[in-house]
Design a protein around this ligand. Structure first.
Ligand code: F6P
Length: 496
């Protein structure tokens, strides 16, 4: 049974006082794991809070649930299956790891064949997929693939034909490899985008468009039924959730474009974070401490949102990636046992890139009435080769924002005063390479898991997305009436 009384009874102290009261604050609230320095010193966590949350870990059986995750037990109770994404990076039970390795070997063989020209010329990779079948590959490729010049890669997710048209405009259909990524191989957006891409290839003179398709899916039979030759279907386990799937064959486009070694490094970075999460005590465990801070603000202070600002252009897609990971995982109203949730589920995740966001949304963060716990993500090594002044300014701004939010500034004119005491945490990566990025993403996955366990929900299902899909299908089929507003909109748009 959840008991939050110890946490809710915590004394409220300002951040400045917390620093003044504990000379070892930095030692207790910073950690280095997998090439990432984590700093929670500018949050309101202190010894008492960590002790209280550690007690909650005990009552909510975090250690046993973590073990069940790594053991491949059926912890996704509503769907009766395991969540084996860690096995993709080699941390899990032997059978799951062996199965993942088998699928990865198959992916490698296809990559080798493409590189050996067995598929004819390939200069462009057109990846269609949505949600977890797009956001992960997009994030990785945008972060690590900027200097890639062997392949042009386009990731099309939106069903809006504008997205597809824009992507194919710059591609030669005869030199394009179509990658259809869908765990279920039934998702309307992806199947329509895949069909349009096939039509574009056929119109562009490709004699056998099916011969230019690679399918990434946990439903290989459906891909074969759709027309993809079995040898070009790269399967992955059904127990790998969509938003946790970039480690599986869904990672094919970046493994092809950046090389299999980069993909292996990404997995190894994630494995470093997994082993740390599995083995470290709560007070020295990065995903656990981060979840303590999340829960303190969302459950105790009552913050409705939390925001991540990437102070690195290469990580500009991180906030959208995190939105699916955190909101699809932890935006639930019932516990894992199906009881109504007595607490808040996840806060709204949002964010942007620094320094752009400073000139757009930071006014509210410094002076608005709502407290938003912030997370700054920055990289010590610059990604550019211009005047080092660029990167210097980027980092100075990231660190200055955290300091300003905390310190505030008095002013006789209230419009010019800053209350301060606004929390932030900082993730400082040594470098943005495949290994560190793998560790970073695994950190976020495990933090999401800890949040779920401590509020008592199942982070691995997503029934909330079904109803809207069903209603769109019903509207498409016609013959069904909806509410007056929806009927009117359908009629006005010529869809009824
Ligand atoms: O609509 C939500 C969702 O099911 C996500 O969980 C998933 O990542 C996405 O759709 C795409 O699903 P699929 O990979 O099966 O096409």
């Amino acid at each position: 049974m959840q008991d939050w009384s110890a946490i809710e009874g915590l004394e409220r102290t300002t951040l400045t006082e917390l620093f003044a009261n504990d000379p070892d604050r930095l030692g207790k609230l910073t950690l280095d794991v997998g090439g990432i320095h984590f700093d929670w010193a500018k949050t309101h966590l202190d010894d008492a809070a960590i002790t209280a949350f550690t007690g909650l870990c005990t009552t909510m059986e975090l250690a046993a649930k973590r073990e069940a995750l790594f053991d491949g037990a059926a912890i996704n109770t509503t769907e009766g299956r395991a969540a084996t994404h860690t096995a993709e990076r080699g941390v899990g039970n032997e059978d799951d790891v062996a199965r993942a390795r088998g699928f990865q070997a198959r992916m490698r063989a296809v990559i080798d064949a493409i590189e050996a020209d067995a598929f004819g010329p390939v200069r462009h990779i057109l990846h269609v997929g949505i949600g977890g079948s797009a956001l992960g590959p997009d994030l990785i490729f945008d972060a690590l693939g900027r200097d890639e010049d062997r392949y042009d890669v386009a990731i099309v997710s939106n069903v809006d034909g504008v997205a597809m048209e824009e992507a194919v405009k710059r591609f030669d259909p005869q030199a394009t490899l179509l990658v259809v990524a869908s765990k279920t191989f039934t998702t309307t957006e992806t199947m329509l985008n895949a069909a349009s891409a096939m039509a574009w290839m056929a119109e562009g003179g490709v004699e056998d468009p099916y011969g230019r398709v690679i399918a990434l899916t946990a439903a290989p039979d459906k891909a074969v039924e759709w027309g993809v030759d079995e040898t070009r279907v790269l399967p992955f386990s059904d127990s790998v959730g969509g938003r946790y799937s970039l480690w599986s064959s869904i990672g094919f486009p970046f493994a092809l474009a950046l090389g299999f070694d980069a993909y292996a490094e990404l997995l190894e970075g994630a494995a470093i974070m997994d082993r740390h999460f599995r083995d470290a005590e709560p007070a020295a465990n990065a995903p656990v401490l981060a979840a303590f801070a999340d829960l303190y603000y969302s459950q105790v202070v009552g913050c409705e949102t939390r925001a991540t600002f990437a102070y690195d252009e290469r990580l500009r897609l991180l906030p959208s990636y995190l939105q699916q990971l955190e909101m699809e995982s932890n935006g639930k109203s019932v516990t894992a046992a199906g009881e109504p949730l007595s607490r808040n589920s996840a806060p709204i995740t949002w964010g942007g890139v620094g320094t752009d966001a400073q000139h757009a949304v930071f006014q509210l963060l410094h002076q608005g009435t709502r407290i938003v716990p912030l997370e700054f993500v920055a990289v010590i090594e610059a990604g550019d080769t211009l005047d080092p002044g660029h990167h210097r300014q980027l980092l100075l701004n990231a660190f200055a924002q955290g300091a300003a939010l905390m310190a505030g500034k008095a002013n006789a004119d209230p419009a010019r005063a800053y209350a301060g005491d606004r929390p932030s945490s900082t993730l400082l990566l040594n470098d943005l390479d495949a290994r560190t990025l793998g560790a970073l993403i695994a950190f976020y996955e495990q933090r999401t898991f800890v949040n779920a366990v401590l509020i008592g929900i199942n982070p691995f299902d997503q029934f909330g997305v079904e109803l809207g899909k069903e209603m769109a299908k019903a509207a498409d089929a016609g013959g069904q009436t909806f509410d007056a507003s929806t009927n009117d909109l359908l009629t006005r748009a010529g869809l009824a």
